[in-house]
Design a protein around this ligand. Structure first.
Ligand SMILES: [Zn+2]
Length: 376
């Protein structure tokens, strides 16, 4: 009995990782958006609108701004193209991905705002980004899920029907040697192995939580998917990733706290009991230098962090009023991170500043390879 209860608890937490709510998948039907009465996804950018906007931005951009599909690598399970905008001409390559979870839609909005700034601007701050960085931006990793308004996606058979068993899949668990079931994972992985970025950031939404020690709702959580000072990260690249990811988040934290309306904390799960240490997540696999199908024989790897914005369209917790500021903080966080990388100011941050970001006193690491591990 105890075992069963523990299994259920683990399953519940598993559902929450990287922004979700336990058992929430039950609310959504493939093929139709779940509106739950009070959300406003009709006002949120669709796949088609994103494609249209990308090409419009490319057309009017004064900067290097190139929109491509990843069709040479393949398409989504339902045959949709995955789009990338490559922007800038700098030596440092930064990977930005949004909406790997198809109901986390404001992440795409934020990325499109960033692209708009990069395409139009002309200001010195934007020029620095374009001169120092080359950005590889995937505004919608999971087009099928976005269209269905579901977190994951469906594996399809050759007749274009969902495969009978286990058709539903979470794309943020697929980057493992025995993973890569969905086309999206194979396509984006192969592209990543070709690009070999220097840094990456992954954008998500999460359910309701409060900042530790307060009754204020968290508007934004900062996460590292292999826990800082945890079981995995310190051993990678002689500790460099353990240092630089904390510096990146410390830099973003300082940049965002300037704005009064944000309520920022560290990303934790299980009501604050755990940090995640999830090796099969996309940005974790990047840090671990995963070599799948011998596409990454040199073991390229790069440091990566993620952001979690409040709310998602599955829960019906996005409202028109809050969408604006939620998108804006995401945009500001992204722009701050890119600025910190471009100016190299991130490397001046004290890595221990990570621990100044509010967090619950955690008791363990939630892993996808060994259950819960205690924090020593
Ligand atoms: Zn997510």
């Amino acid at each position: 009995m105890k075992q069963i209860v523990r299994g259920i608890v683990l399953l519940a937490i598993m559902c929450m990782m990287f922004s979700s709510v336990a058992f929430a998948e039950g609310n959504t039907k493939p093929g139709g958006p779940s509106t739950n009465g009070n959300d406003t996804i009709s006002s949120i950018m669709t796949y088609e609108e994103m494609v249209e906007q990308l090409y419009a931005l490319e057309k009017r951009s004064k900067a290097e701004f190139e929109v491509t599909t990843l069709d040479d690598y393949g398409k989504s399970e339902q045959g949709n193209s995955i789009y990338v905008a490559k922007v800038g001409h700098g030596d440092t390559k930064v990977w930005v991905q949004a909406q790997i979870h198809g109901d986390e839609k404001l992440t795409t909005e934020a990325v499109m705002q960033l692209l708009k700034t990069l395409a139009s601007s002309g200001g010195p701050d934007v020029q620095t980004l374009l001169d120092e960085l080359t950005l590889y931006v995937i505004p919608m990793y999971n087009p099928d899920g976005s269209i269905m308004n579901t977190r994951g996606t469906l594996l399809m058979d050759e007749n274009g029907e969902p495969v009978s068993d286990d058709a539903y899949i979470d794309l943020n668990r697929g980057w493992t040697l025995d993973g890569f079931k969905a086309n999206e994972s194979k396509v984006v992985y192969a592209y990543w192995a070709d690009v070999k970025p220097d840094f990456a950031v992954d954008l998500h939404h999460q359910g309701f939580k409060t900042v530790y020690g307060t009754n204020e709702a968290t508007s934004f959580s900062l996460g590292i998917s292999l826990a800082p000072d945890g079981p995995t990260l310190p051993s990678l690249e002689n500790g460099y990733y353990n240092k630089v990811t904390k510096q990146m988040q410390g830099y973003v934290y300082d940049s965002l706290t300037k704005y009064g309306y944000t309520r920022i904390d560290q990303y934790q799960v299980g009501g604050g009991k755990y940090y995640i240490d999830i090796r099969g997540g996309v940005v974790s696999a990047m840090m671990m230098g995963l070599n799948y199908n011998n596409l990454n024989p040199d073991g390229h790897s790069n440091p990566a962090i993620f952001f979690e914005t409040k709310g998602n369209t599955r829960e019906g917790s996005l409202g028109q009023k809050s969408n604006g500021y939620l998108t804006k903080q995401n945009y500001l966080a992204l722009k701050a991170l890119l600025t910190g990388i471009a100016t190299e100011e991130v490397h001046e941050v004290d890595p221990d500043h990570w621990y100044d970001i509010p967090a619950y006193p955690a008791e363990g690491y939630f892993t996808d390879y060994a259950g819960i591990l205690p924090i020593n």
